[in-house]
Design a protein around this ligand. Structure first.
Ligand code: GLY
Ligand code: MN
Ligand code: MN
Length: 433
């Protein structure tokens, strides 16, 4: 089996936690994602809606979940709808879940076919005394969705059919739940991190002048997939030379040159959960004096940032503090001066020329995971810590990124075993030469 059996207990508990947040006489609906078309009869690989996955563990298209906690008959308080297979479908696409299998994966007792949805849904709305309907929208702070999702189509359908019900957003409830990782989820994230570590160590022994960025990509992918991952957690960024100042360089097409650095923002997924790792390594196995100087500055910022994280940290205050530390490192590197800082305007601080992204984001089922960023960082939330200094005029940039778990005492660096010291990286790259 490529994927581990995730205990249905996780999904049962997740639904229970959601029900506790729902108001009286309400019902919530979750839809799977569509299979996205490409051209002609082509499709993208299916990617499940993460809220639906979080509540059911079902990785199949055309799935719906309805939760109606106050329905009089216990059997209809949770109903899962899955696509009914056929002999023809099985011939083309292989096995689809049976109702029994879906029951075992999700722990939902009542599993019906998607074709039963309209009738059963109406029954639940009418007989469940439903006054309020929770529907799902993508409210991620960076989302930019230009296609109509299944959830969006459902909202149109539902509001047209039941115009006088009260409607509410389930997204804030899901964000509050998903920000705190359960033990089982942490194990899956750690597995994604451990697989990522294997890939990185393999690449340390592979890189030398002349290798192409895409050859490095292939090394990672082989290592990830052979270890049970479905592949990359996100489009890998393998940026050598001047391209490593471009935050989302994904061409990965150039040969790596002697004397240059390669920024490797590459990580594995495992069972729908993600790692997010960045290391910046020298193509020839040795950092130059200047590269090492900047590398050490970035690493100091990462370490100082980690010390600030804990259950009483507010994300926005933390970001400001990290920027102050970065500012003094940039002064130390003679990239900016104290005068630049004195003269800077609030909207355009001096450090921004060299550090032009946030330091941390949530991580989980989404690489940029959902969760309320305004409160304190809850125990059990997982964040990245990823400072970077990008010096276009010197032809290189450096980012270092680890993933940490917020604990009662502070943080646990989930990537502490992945080489990060410049000297260790050099040693590993030169071992056996
Ligand atoms: N790999 C994307 C990021 O670091 O946010
Ligand atoms: Mn990241
Ligand atoms: Mn990253």
């Amino acid at each position: 089996m490529r994927k581990p059996e995730i205990s249905s207990r996780l999904f049962v508990q997740n639904r229970k936690r959601l029900v506790e947040l729902m108001k009286e006489n309400s019902l919530a609906v979750f839809n799977s994602n569509d299979i996205m078309p490409t051209n002609a009869d082509g499709t993208m690989p299916f990617r499940q809606n993460n809220d639906l996955f979080y509540l059911t563990g079902i990785n199949q298209e055309e799935t719906q979940l309805v939760i109606c906690p106050d329905f009089p008959d216990k059997k209809f308080r949770e109903v899962l709808f899955i696509r009914e297979s056929s002999e023809l479908l099985e011939k083309w696409e292989g096995h689809k879940l049976t109702r029994d299998e879906a029951r075992q994966i999700s722990g939902v007792e009542t599993v019906l076919w998607t074709t039963d949805f309209p009738g059963r849904f109406h029954h639940m709305m009418a007989m469940g005394g439903v006054e309020r309907v929770y529907l799902n929208t993508n409210e991620h702070y960076r989302s930019d969705v230009v296609v109509q999702t299944r959830d969006a189509r459902f909202i149109e359908w539902c509001q047209a059919k039941y115009p006088l019900h009260r409607y509410d957003r389930v997204a804030p409830l899901m964000a509050d739940l998903r920000i705190v990782k359960q033990k089982e989820e942490l194990k899956l994230i750690q597995e994604a991190i451990d697989i990522t570590e294997h890939g990185f160590r393999r690449v340390l022994g592979f890189v030398k002048p002349g290798v192409k960025e895409y050859e490095i990509e292939a090394e990672y992918l082989h290592e990830f997939v052979r270890r049970g991952s479905r592949g990359f957690a996100y489009t890998p960024i393998i940026a050598s030379g001047a391209n490593n100042v471009v935050l989302h360089y994904i061409e990965n097409s150039l040969p790596c040159k002697d004397g240059d650095l390669i920024l490797l923002d590459v990580a594995a997924e495992f069972a729908n959960y993600n790692a997010d790792l960045t290391r910046t390594i020298p193509v020839n196995g040795r950092y130059t004096k200047r590269q090492k100087q900047v590398y050490k500055a970035v690493l100091r910022v990462m370490r100082e940032a980690m010390k600030m994280l804990g259950p009483s940290t507010n994300f926005f205050d933390y970001q400001k503090e990290v920027e102050k530390i970065m500012e003094s490192e940039l002064i130390g590197l003679k990239l900016i001066t104290k005068d630049d800082v004195r003269r800077q305007s609030a909207g355009n601080p001096a450090f921004r020329k060299y550090f032009y992204h946030g330091t941390s984001h949530l991580l989980g089922l989404d690489v940029h995971d959902v969760g309320n960023m305004h409160g304190k960082m809850p125990v059990g939330s997982v964040w990245t810590v990823e400072p970077g200094i990008y010096i276009k005029e010197e032809g290189f940039g450096i980012r270092i990124e680890d993933n940490v778990l917020i604990t009662r005492k502070g943080v646990d660096d989930l990537m502490k075993d992945i080489p990060v010291e410049a000297d260790e990286i050099e040693e590993l790259m030169n071992a056996g030469k």
